[in-house]
Design a protein around this ligand. Structure first.
Ligand SMILES: Cc1cc2nc3c(=O)[nH]c(=O)nc-3n(C[C@H](O)[C@H](O)[C@H](O)COP(=O)(O)O)c2cc1C
Length: 269
């Protein structure tokens, strides 16, 4: 493998080789026509993630993920993600949501929402559904990916009703083709882009809240300081331009006012 070859990992939130798996295979075949990719499939069902057992102790948030009482495959999956240039989250629509497998995976990595890290890596989403509700799942997973730090590439929702007509199958094929083309562009992007106003807002407000903690025992507080985010314009070095710089300062002002006001209020406990 040369350093040019991108590594892409597909995280599959389905226990079976059905429509989601087929869509992923088609996506992979499409992407392979653009460039050589080092693929890895992670079938979440094959890993131990202590499904449904999170006690909500929040030690991962407050003290650090290493304090979690579960000794499962979480860190292994995190490492796989970290060693990838691109990630695909693929799940069927189960009752208007991701599957329990996928949701549990996201919950096990929830501390990454507090301490994002996957900057410069591309992420996209594939959702297979019977009839309805999959578009909001795509948006949900895109939002999670963005909050983990990924550069999110617009995903796709495929209506894969069974049995399928030729016309329905053709529509799926076309949507996957477009999704693969978009992802290829995202994967090959040479530089980190300037954030959208929404992402800038999220960073500046999160930073103000984290810095308001002022307590070295909190992992989030230390993480932000270690990364230099207490002083930076954004998560990574990027030129914001005049308008966004100004907007950033205004968000800081609003955030600081909010934190200061909260400090004057009486706490329930
Ligand atoms: C438990 C369960 C719940 C489902 N809920 C929905 C739903 O809310 N909306 C929908 O459009 N399809 C729903 N479906 C259909 C699946 O999303 C659809 O069949 C999908 O293609 C399955 O992907 P798979 O073949 O990879 O398992 C559901 C299927 C199951 C098994």
């Amino acid at each position: 493998m040369t350093s040019q070859v991108k590594k892409v990992t597909v995280f599959l939130g389905t226990p079976r080789k059905g429509a989601t798996y087929q869509a992923v295979q088609e996506f992979v075949a499409n992407l392979n026509t653009y460039t050589e990719i080092d693929w890895e499939y992670v079938c979440l069902n094959d890993y131990n993630l202590n499904t449904g057992k999170c006690k909500g102790c929040k030690l991962c948030f407050n003290k650090g993920e290493e304090y979690c009482s579960f000794n499962d495959d979480r860190d292994l999956l995190l490492e796989i993600m970290n060693n990838s240039d691109g990630v695909v989250l693929a799940t069927p629509n189960y009752s208007f949501q991701v599957t329990a497998l996928m949701k549990n995976f996201i919950d096990r990595l929830s501390f990454v929402l507090h301490r994002p890290r996957f900057f410069g890596k591309a992420l996209t989403v594939i959702v297979a559904q019977g009839v309805f509700g999959g578009s909001s799942i795509v948006k949900y997973l895109e939002s999670v990916g963005g909050d983990w730090g990924f550069q999110v590439v617009k995903g796709c929702c495929l209506t894969a009703i069974e049995p399928r007509t030729v016309v329905e199958q053709e529509k799926i094929t076309q949507e996957i083709k477009k999704a693969a083309a978009r992802f290829y562009k995202g994967l090959m992007r040479p530089t980190l882009p300037a954030p959208s106003f929404f992402r800038l807002f999220k960073f500046r407000i999160s930073r103000t809240m984290m810095m308001g903690i002022q307590d070295e025992t909190y992992r989030d507080y230390r993480y932000y300081k270690e990364k230099g985010w207490d002083k930076s314009d954004y998560y990574y070095d990027v030129s914001l331009g005049f308008i966004k710089k100004l907007t950033g300062r205004f968000i800081d002002y609003l955030g600081n006012r909010m934190v200061a006001k909260r400090k004057t209020m009486t706490l329930v406990n």
